[in-house]
Design a protein around this ligand. Sequence first.
Ligand code: WQD
Length: 338
Amino acid sequence: MKILITGGAGFIGSHTAVALNEAGMIPVLIDNFSNSEKSALEGIKKITGKVFDFYEGDCNDIEFLRKVFSDHHIDGIIHFAASKAVGESVENPLKYYENNVGSIFTMIHVMREFNVKKLVFSSSCTVYGEPDYIPVDENAARKPANSPYGNTKAIAEDILSDLVKSGEDLQIISLRYFNPIGAHESGEIGELPSGVPSNLVPFITQTAIGKRSKLTIFGNDYNTQDGSNIRDFIHVVDLANAHIAALKYTQKKNGPFYDVFNIGTGRGNSVLELIKTFEKVNQLKLNYEIGPRRPGDTVKIYGDVSKANKLLNWKTEKSLEDALKDAWNWELKLAGSK
Ligand code: WQD
C-alpha cells in the first residue's frame, strides 16, 4: 500500500511515516513547512534508513495535489496537514477555515479524480468540549466548539460523514486524538513548536532545558483530585500506530463507510501528576508556579478507547513515563544539535 501523508514533516506525521514503513507500507510525504522543519525528514531517514518521496506544497493547491497523485498510485491518504494553534484560530479564524476545511475540499476532489477511496482524517477530542461523562466514548454528544480550530474539526467530520451518506464510494475514518506527547525513542524526531509552545509538554521540556524560565500551571482550583486539569496523554508512537490499524481496518471492510474512533490511553492524568512524573523519570526539578485558569480549558477529559481496541485491534503500548522520558531525550538532542 502506498499512503500519502499530508503534514508528513509534522509531529504526528513524521512518526506515522516511520510506523507505516515498519508496517510494510510505503509513505509519500507532503508538507508546506508552515509549522514544521526539513530536519524531520532527516530524522525519518535516520530511523528508517530510507528516503521516501517528498513534495513541498500546500493541500489547498489542487494542481500540486494532482501532480503528486499523477506521480504515484496512491492507495490511501492520512490527512494531518492543518493549522492547530487554538489561540491563533481565535485571532485569525479565516486562516483556520481556509486551511483546515478548504483542504478537505481539494483532497476530496483529487480523490474522486484519481479514484482513491481511503482517507484517515485527524480529528480531535476537542469536539466533545466538556463531556457529560468520562471516559467519553464516541456516542457522546459533540459540543459547540470553544475555538475556530475546534470548529474546523467538527465541520470536517460532518463534511466527510455527509459525503459517505450521500452514496460516495469512500472509506473514511476520523480519529479523535486526545493529547499526543512524547517523541520517537531514538530522539531523531519529536515535537518542534515554533515560538513559545502553547502545549504543556513542550513547555515543560523547554523550561527544564532553560529555554523558558518557568512553567505556569493554568489553575489549581478545578474540581479534580488535585485541582489541576485532567487529560488523556498518549505517546505519539502509539498514536501513529493507530493510523496503521485504521488503514488495515479499511482493507478488511467492503464498500463505503464513515466511522469515528477515540485514540487515547483510556486513562486520565492531572497536569500536576504529569509534572511530578516528568521530574521523577528524568530525575530533575522543574521550575513552575500556579497561575490563573486559561480561558476555554476543558476541566477533565479522557477517552473510552474500547471501540478502537476492539474494531481496529489497536492498543497503546507505551506509558506516561515512556512518553516523558522520550520527550526529554528529544529536547536534550535538540539542544545538542544547536
Ligand atoms: C494541556 C493541559 C492546560 C500549558 C489542545 C487542543 C486540542 C489538541 C491538543 C491539537 C491543560 C495545561 C498547558 C501550560 C498548563 N489538539 N497547561 N500550562 O488544551 O488539552 O488541547 O492541544 O493540536 O485540540 O485544544 O492541550 O497541551 O495546551 O494543555 O498548565 O503552559 O496543560 O491548562 O490543562 P489541550 P495543552
